[in-house]
Design a protein around this ligand. Structure first.
Ligand SMILES: [Zn+2]
Length: 281
């Protein structure tokens, strides 16, 4: 954990943290509260824990007050005054070298194609192997997925493919241009496609508290979904009332009354997914 918090790869942080990290090895984390009321940074080395809070004692907020911008520089100023101490020793007695899937970070299965050998805590050895690399069967030209309902086994090629569930793929693609969706199923092949629909918002059994807009009117709920196929069309239904259809960007804004609701999405192939949610005042 200390390695992770002192490492170079911190996508959630702003860029200027790097100038600090070269000075001294410190495991550190920053935070910023809503409205710029609190900027904090906390750091740890084998000898010293340093906490920094920046803000107004009255609690008044200030725009632009962030942990990384204001608290972290003070944190590193303090560490630069403290004596150097050696970094933590690797606790090799509690670690074991394990093959890990480079794409998922899970323990590698036999079909994960890129594997890193890393030390992990012994307690992690019992975790499941990568569930995202799957064997898929493709047509001879590799353009389509096929199965025994439409292709003879001798004409299939077997490949390992990294497949995320639709909701995860939706976010993962934004940061990984190399992510390749599964090829489409060859026309004439049969498959249950309901798993390809994911409702991103609201989540199943969510409770929503509706904010009011500036004019005091209730605001619409913006519901979002995604489909494993980018050209899919969704037909949206709330409590069996048809709301409309979406293509490519699957968002539907709707005024929703307080109470329990069922959101149902259908695609053009008739696959459906439903979730329950509740709206409270
Ligand atoms: Zn894998």
């Amino acid at each position: 954990m200390f390695e992770a918090m002192s490492g170079l790869n911190r996508p959630e942080e702003e860029a200027d943290w790097q100038q600090f990290s070269s000075m001294k090895q410190v495991a550190w984390k920053t935070g910023t509260s809503y409205g710029g009321r609190d900027a904090w940074a906390i750091g740890v080395t084998p000898r010293y824990v340093v906490g920094v809070w920046v803000g107004n004692a009255t609690g008044e907020g200030r725009s632009g007050l962030t942990g990384v911008g204001y608290a972290a520089p003070i944190l590193f100023d303090i560490y630069s005054l403290l004596p150097d101490v050696p970094w933590f020793d690797q606790p090799y007695d509690e670690l074991e070298e394990v093959a890990v899937c480079r794409q998922s970070g899970h323990k590698a299965s036999a079909i994960c194609d890129e594997v890193d050998t890393v030390y992990i805590p012994r307690t992690g050895i019992a975790t499941a192997v990568c569930p995202y690399h799957r064997i898929v069967h493709l047509s001879q030209d590799g353009q389509y997925r096929v199965n025994s309902s439409c292709e003879s086994v001798s004409r299939m090629q077997e490949r390992s493919w990294f497949v995320l569930p639709p909701a995860q793929a939706y976010y993962y693609k934004n940061y990984h241009v190399e992510y390749q969706a599964l090829p489409p199923l060859k026309p004439g092949c049969e498959e249950d496609q309901s798993r390809q629909i994911a409702i991103l918002y609201p989540e199943h059994q969510a409770v929503l508290y509706l904010p009011k807009g500036f004019s005091g009117e209730r605001e619409k709920v913006v519901m979002r979904a995604t489909h494993a196929r980018s050209d899919a069309t969704f037909y949206w239904h709330l409590d069996d009332v048809y709301l409309g259809e979406t293509r490519q960007i699957h968002q539907m804004a709707c005024l929703v009354e307080p109470g329990n609701h069922i959101l149902t999405l259908l695609d053009e192939d008739g696959n459906r997914r439903s979730i329950l949610f509740e709206v409270r005042k």
